[in-house]
Design a protein around this ligand. Structure first.
Ligand SMILES: [Zn+2]
Length: 189
């Protein structure tokens, strides 16, 4: 006879390795022991569908932080996509504060802007990489152009097909100097 609850958390003990005493007193004694009570609490915490008070508090903190960070990430994304200078991010965030948005002021610096954009870029790279890995067919078109700073750039359009339908069109832009050997140019995806 074993205790299904204690067996989850302990490795030894009469009711873990198997108790041969089938009298009711043995069960009552085990039910009242500290080790079993402690294991019951662990089991209930593990299987309970209701979040604990600590979990609720963390959830509320995360929700508030998520709301603040969402605005900051959206601003950073907008500035990066528009090709605007880093300092515009700070000005845009100050405008949001003036409009009443709740923003964590610690992150309103061009230094944090760079970190946000790096995180967004990393996420996009992962999404694109996963999509291409799952696409047995892709088509690639490229052409020369200039970027927002009027520097020479190479545009690469990629269309991928997965599970018999076209998933998306990706546009990647790379800057490289005139000294760059086109033969060594590698698409980082
Ligand atoms: Zn037990």
């Amino acid at each position: 006879m074993t205790c299904s609850i204690c067996s989850q958390f302990d490795t030894d003990g009469n009711f873990v390795i198997g108790c041969s005493n089938f009298k009711i007193e043995a069960l009552k004694k085990h039910d009242g022991c500290d080790a079993h009570k402690s294991n019951v609490l662990k089991h209930n915490a593990k299987t309970s569908t209701k979040p604990s008070l600590a979990a609720k508090s963390i959830s509320l903190i995360n929700k508030a932080a998520h709301s603040k960070l969402t605005t900051l990430f959206r601003n950073a994304h907008y500035i990066a996509k528009s090709g605007r200078p880093f300092t515009d991010y700070v000005a845009l965030c100050k405008l949001d504060v003036a409009k009443g948005s709740d923003i964590e002021k610690t992150y309103v610096t061009d230094n944090y802007y760079q970190k946000f954009v790096a995180a967004i870029a990393e996420n996009r790279r992962n999404e694109q990489s996963n999509m291409l890995e799952n696409s047995p067919f892709i088509s690639v078109i490229s052409d020369g152009s200039t970027d927002t700073a009027s520097k020479e750039a190479e545009l690469v359009y990629i269309r991928a097909s997965s599970k018999c339908h076209v998933c998306s069109i990706l546009r990647l832009t790379f800057n490289f100097s005139s000294n760059t050997d086109p033969c060594t140019f590698a698409v980082p995806i």
